[in-house]
Write a new protein. Structure first.
Length: 128
């Protein structure tokens, strides 16, 4: 059995801009993508901590060290500059691998610089 698991996430990044006239996607500082093990072009979920919006899109690589998190296209109508967001990717794993999988969690400061990058701490599984 295959299971879909959290792959990596950038936790509480600050949206630097929103561009509804761009064709779509989210532009993210390549340093942040690398830290979260998310590739340019990879599908991601964006969860807006500020207003509760939940979106699906794909990533574009922004300049390294820029701190950019720019939500583009139609999603820009739901997310504004200054909002806090979680950007998450997912992986598909066989059951045995999924049971010991540890997704990458990246924590950032108010300028989207990496403060900590580590395997995510998941709650212990209930006994069978």
């Amino acid at each position: 059995m295959r299971r879909t698991m959290l792959g990596g996430k950038i936790h509480r990044a600050t949206v630097t801009s929103a561009d509804p006239d761009y064709e779509g996607s989210v532009t993210v500082d390549l340093d942040l993508l690398d830290a979260a093990d998310i590739l340019p072009g990879e599908a991601v979920e964006i969860w807006d901590v500020t207003n509760g919006a939940r979106l699906t899109t794909y990533t574009l690589a922004g300049p390294r060290g820029s701190g950019v998190v720019c939500v583009n296209g139609a999603a820009a109508h739901h997310v504004r500059a200054g909002d806090l967001v979680i950007i998450a990717s997912f992986v598909s794993l066989e059951d045995a691998e999924a049971r010991c999988w540890r997704p990458r969690a990246v924590f950032v400061d108010e300028t989207n610089r990496v403060v900590e990058s580590r395997p995510e701490r998941l709650p212990a599984q209930a006994p069978a």
